[in-house]
Ligand binder design. Structure first.
Ligand SMILES: O=C1C[C@@](O)(C(=O)O)C[C@@H](O)[C@@H]1O
Length: 253
């Protein structure tokens, strides 16, 4: 399996890497939160730009990115517009979505962008090619906030992301019972063992699924989201506790 190197972080090797989301609404909140990150264990910061009040004015987005980049120093920065149809704060037209992601990639301030795989193949391809041309890696994503698809379907979606040349395929699903968590873990193991030639990220959300956010090194999920100030999805643990558990499991493996 190939790893993905972003700055000093090697994704797909060792313990899962911790991503901490920022979900501030104002520039001030976003930057203030980023300033607290030098005292907590973080591998990658995710700016959830769909929460930002100025998200539809690119000059404002670029202004925040510039300051975030400066405050974060060498911590890699992922920019994510999570659309309302996949659990995010706002809706966006596909063309505007492509433009936002490609322009952000071209600023040189971001290391990764997140692209929802079911936005339409042409748009997805345009974003992935545009990000790569700017030297930016792409996480392809899919979210089901209501249920857990069948194992074969989860694997199909992750393989589609890989086939479309995303650097890191990712899926987040909601369990309706404990068996659904096992389905997500089984899909993760099968994808990693049989199909993936790159790191993947999977999680089962909410309290029932929290185990999936901890055991990625066993089953094959290379990154996990932890909360600093405010969680961006149900089931995210506090980042310090998350780091402790990942470290304990890593040293026992
Ligand atoms: O895609 C994901 C995963 C996530 O939904 C989670 O369940 O941790 C949190 C989001 O911020 C992120 O973009």
């Amino acid at each position: 399996m190939n790893t993905v190197k972003i700055r000093d972080i090697e994704i797909g090797a060792g313990a899962p890497k911790i991503i901490v989301p920022i979900v501030g609404v104002t520039k001030e909140d976003i930057i203030e939160e980023a300033k607290t990150f030098d005292s907590i264990p973080i591998d990658v910061v995710e700016w959830r730009v769909d929460w930002f009040e100025g998200v539809f004015d690119f000059a404002k987005v670029e202004d925040v990115l510039k300051d975030l980049r400066e405050v974060l120093g060498s911590i890699p920065l992922l920019m994510t517009f999570r659309t309302s149809k996949e659990g995010g704060e706002k809706a966006i037209e596909p063309e505007a979505y492509a433009e936002l992601n490609i322009k952000a990639a071209q600023t040189g301030y971001v290391d990764l962008v997140d692209v929802e795989i079911f936005t339409g193949d042409d748009i997805v391809k345009k974003i992935i090619d545009g990000a790569h041309a700017a030297g930016v890696k792409v996480i392809a994503s899919n979210h089901d906030f209501f249920k857990t698809p069948a194992k074969a379907d989860i694997i199909y979606r992750l393989r589609k992301m890989q086939d479309m040349n995303a650097d890191i395929p990712k899926i987040a699903v909601m369990p309706q019972n404990k068996k659904d968590v096992l389905t997500l873990l089984a899909a993760t193991e099968e994808m990693t063992t049989n199909y993936a030639d790159r790191p993947i990220i999977t999680m089962s959300m909410a309290g029932t699924g929290v185990i999936s956010r901890l055991c990625g090194e066993v089953f094959g999920s290379s990154m996990t989201f932890g909360a600093a100030k405010k969680a961006s999805a149900p089931g995210q643990m506090g980042v310090n506790d998350l780091n402790t558990v990942l470290g304990l499991l890593h040293s026992a493996m």
